[in-house]
Write a protein that binds this ligand. Structure first.
Ligand code: CP
Length: 360
């Protein structure tokens, strides 16, 4: 279907001022009764929350192994409805949220791409969101624009349908639930070596436009003695907002283009792909940056306990031959997203006690 009307641009008084504020000042706006209500930025998560979500994720994982446990989970939220509004492509975030909802008994509606919504008639994004809020109890969004989920929550919180909004990825900016599942994965992978505290983590690839590494970097403020190694081609190096944040929080970071030199030093390597979708003309960006790929022969260079992560999808960054090595944790990481997102939804609808009580 051809788009036949330009999107209506509505002016919301106060939005520009709000958007410019430091995150610390905005967090309260996305809380209710001292609890998180909207999940917009990774900076909203503190250590007790991260630890609790990881424990809850483990409990849901265990319950889901049996029919009895699955029944318990399914009867927690059958009275709630969720909207998956994904106007930017996604496989994992969409499916893991959808299945997390099913697991907890929620009914799910979806719009994948704006061509099937009344946005083609020129309806504004904000009116579109208000419409979703008329029908459902929670919105999970994926959008190409930075700040989209934040504006959605900001608009809805001023209406009589202030329902939870979860940011499932907003442009090259933030992907807080990916950061949550990355933390969950790291804590699980390091469960026999004291957890994430004290670990050295390399982030490799397009760090400038990779929202996953940006969100994960913010979460490092919650862990003791962590050090980061940013490994990227010059044009895709980590942006100043993140490095300033790390400096402010006294988290050491090192920047290099020499991937091989840091391989033996680190406890985890987080690979990312080049985010061509944010290029002015992606067809011009054909360089794959092989110096920033992890190849089978590199398995000899890393420590015996080193964990290999990737938010996926991958292209050339990790050889498929690496997948068989037990240190390749990215397929486990992907599945962890479903458990931790179920934990998050249970928390947002305040039924987490009904899961925790099973284990007390
Ligand atoms: N990691 C991640 O966000 O994957 P998708 O784009 O497939 O959702």
């Amino acid at each position: 279907m051809n788009k036949f009307a330009e999107t209506t641009r509505q002016i919301f008084e106060g939005w520009e001022e709000f958007y410019k504020k430091p995150t610390d000042e905005k967090n309260r706006f996305f809380e209710s009764d001292g609890r998180l209500m909207d999940i917009i930025f990774a900076q909203q998560f503190d250590r007790p929350f991260l630890d609790r979500m990881s424990r809850l994720g483990d409990m849901i994982r265990l319950l889901a192994k049996t029919k009895l446990g699955q029944n318990h989970l399914r009867h927690l939220l059958p009275h709630k409805r969720a909207m998956l509004y994904f106007s930017q492509p996604s496989t994992r975030t969409f499916l893991s949220f959808q299945n997390a909802c099913y697991m907890l008994g929620l009914t799910v509606s979806e719009i994948r791409g704006t061509t099937t919504s009344s946005e083609v008639k020129g309806e504004s994004q904000e009116d579109t969101i208000r419409t979703f809020a008329s029908y459902v109890d929670m919105i999970i969004s994926r959008h190409p624009e930075a700040g989209f989920a934040e504006k959605t929550a900001w608009v809805l919180n001023q209406t009589d349908r202030a329902i939870p909004v979860i940011n499932g990825g907003s442009g090259p900016d933030q992907h807080p639930t990916q950061a949550l599942l990355d933390i969950y994965t790291l804590e699980r992978e390091f469960s026999k070596s004291g957890g994430l505290d004290g670990k050295k983590i390399a982030m490799v690839g397009d760090l400038k436009r990779g929202r996953t590494v940006r969100s994960l970097s913010y979460l490092m403020k919650n862990y003791q003695d962590v050090a980061l190694y940013f490994v990227a081609p010059k044009i895709y190096k980590m942006k100043d907002d993140i490095t300033s944040f790390l400096t402010r929080h006294q988290i050491p970071y090192h920047e290099t283009e020499d991937f091989k030199s840091i391989m033996p030093l680190v406890d985890a390597i987080y690979m990312t792909r080049i985010q061509n979708e944010y290029s002015e003309d992606p067809s011009h960006e054909t360089e794959t940056y092989p110096a920033f790929h992890f190849k089978k022969e590199h398995l000899e260079n890393i420590q015996a306990h080193c964990v290999l992560l990737h938010p996926l999808p991958r292209r050339y960054e990790i050889d498929v031959a690496v997948d068989k090595d037990p240190r390749a944790a990215y397929w486990r990481q992907e599945r962890n997203g479903m458990w931790i997102r179920a934990a998050l939804i249970a928390y947002l609808f305040r039924v987490e006690n009904e899961i925790e009580d099973v284990f007390s």
